[in-house]
Design a protein around this ligand. Structure first.
Ligand code: ASP
Length: 444
């Protein structure tokens, strides 16, 4: 019986040039179970560099407007040619020419062009998978034939069977990340950063033992390093904890990555291509939640509270529903609704609220006739996350004591029955001080 395989996805910086690709090759060759390699397009080689996907999208925007795209196109061409030359593999000449041809048609307003936004964006992964497959002497897997989206734009579960059918033998496979095909047969991409999702889908399709996500950091940190100096790395975190942390702003992995892997119970390891021996972060279904109780602290600024007050609100059936209907009609989803007996506060992100605030308030006044309605802008939300806080005495005590000592006023509190996190709302100007205070209280 063959051993369960490992799926490894390498991000853009891990594949930015030939030197990085050689590191990838030695990681893949170090374990014969690493048989499925999912690749991103080449990312930044240094801080001021450009990602290939960004260059591709620039070409598309310019061509759409009949503007000159020769310069970004040349940069893309040089990037791939240089990598092919340094690795001593065939350049991707044909596919590059095809893209140029389609861009020319787009610029000439020729409706027969293949060059939709998504088709152009997907070329970065496509070209790169061709090069990496050649270098690793692996089989290229056509993602467009295997990854399918349904009419709602969600992943179609047929993708799992199609992937399996394309990868039946015992060899090594390279799969371009980030794209598939929609019901009408057109190339469609996941959201930006979506090669992570392809990796998770492949991991589920081949029933991988582990999904390794190789990037340029050694895993997740317990807090944002721009706010907390040298935060500790997270060794192990559950899918649920990670979901909370990434929703609240901690990034490393694309938010949607977790689901295909977690539904199949496949652990995700975040590893560093530049320091492969470092332990990284393991994302698992369950962990011994007693140690540590808190896995991380994440947060975001940019929220507004809409406050409604009405006498005897608690006796009115459907009041809350009607408030939410007004938001829904404006396409706004909410974050939290802490409520009092005769009041409710709806917390929404400024991004969701956009410039709808006056219209939303007018509509709420008209349909709900509140005694008082106000908005409070500049709210920051901070989530302190850890499965270990469930049924444990003193976690919230410790948190609020830390905020008291840091002289931070708490504007909102939310903790659900799952007891996986405590969310506090504070003034945006107190945000960083509050995160540091919570971190110090639990970690240091
Ligand atoms: N290349 C795509 C992007 O830059 C997808 C990815 O790297 O995951 O968003």
């Amino acid at each position: 019986m063959s051993l369960s395989p490992i799926v490894c996805k390498f991000g853009g910086t891990s594949l930015a040039d030939a030197e990085q690709i050689r590191k990838v090759a030695s990681i893949v060759r170090a374990n014969e179970r690493r048989r499925f390699v999912v690749v991103s397009a080449p990312g930044k080689r240094h801080k001021n560099d450009q990602k290939v996907t960004d260059l591709l999208l620039t070409c598309w925007h310019l061509a759409m407007q009949q503007l000159d795209y020769a310069q970004p196109l040349q940069m893309i061409r040089e990037r791939y040619n240089e990598i092919a030359r340094d690795l001593d593999v065939e350049p991707v000449a044909g596919p590059l020419e095809e893209m140029e041809h389609e861009l020319r048609k787009l610029a000439a307003d020729d409706q027969s062009t293949l060059a939709t936004r998504d088709w152009i964006a997907s070329r970065g992964e496509y070209f790169h998978a061709c090069l990496v497959a050649a270098f690793l002497e692996a089989t290229f897997v056509p993602a467009g034939e295997c990854i399918r989206f349904d009419n709602e734009g969600a992943l179609d579960s047929i993708s799992y069977d199609l992937l399996q059918q394309h990868m039946q033998s015992n060899g090594l496979y390279v799969i371009p990340g980030f794209y598939g095909r929609d019901m009408r047969g057109r190339i469609k991409t996941f959201p930006r950063g979506g090669s992570d999702i392809t990796g998770a889908v492949v991991a589920r399709a081949v029933q991988a033992e582990v999904y390794e996500n190789w990037t340029d950091v050694s895993g997740l940190l317990m807090a944002d390093p721009r706010v907390v100096e040298n935060p500790r790395p997270i060794g192990e975190v559950t899918y649920r904890e990670l979901r909370e942390l990434s929703y609240m702003g901690a990034t490393v992995l694309h938010e949607e990555t977790i689901f295909p892997a977690s539904q199949a119970g496949i652990p995700i390891y975040i590893k560093n291509t530049n320091a492969p021996l470092e332990p990284g972060t393991r994302i698992v279904a369950t962990r011994d939640a007693s140690q540590p109780a808190i896995v991380g602290i994440a947060g975001k600024v940019g929220f507004t509270t809409i406050y409604l007050e009405k006498a005897l609100m608690n006796q009115q059936r459907g009041y809350g529903r009607r408030v939410l209907e007004v938001l829904e009609a404006h396409g706004i989803s909410y974050e939290h609704i802490p409520s009092g007996i005769d009041s409710m506060s709806i917390i929404v992100s400024d991004e969701q609220l956009g410039n709808c605030e006056p219209a939303v308030l007018r509509e709420l006044k008209r349909t709900l006739e509140p005694d008082r309605i106000e908005t409070y802008p500049d709210l920051a939300l901070i989530a302190t996350v850890g499965e270990g806080m469930a049924h444990r005495v003193g976690v919230s005590g410790c948190l609020f004591e830390a905020l008291r000592q840091a002289q931070v006023n708490v504007r909102m509190i939310s903790q659900g029955a799952s007891e996986i996190n405590i969310i506090v709302g504070v003034e945006a100007s107190d945000y960083e001080r509050a995160v540091r205070a919570i971190y110090d209280a639990f970690v240091e």
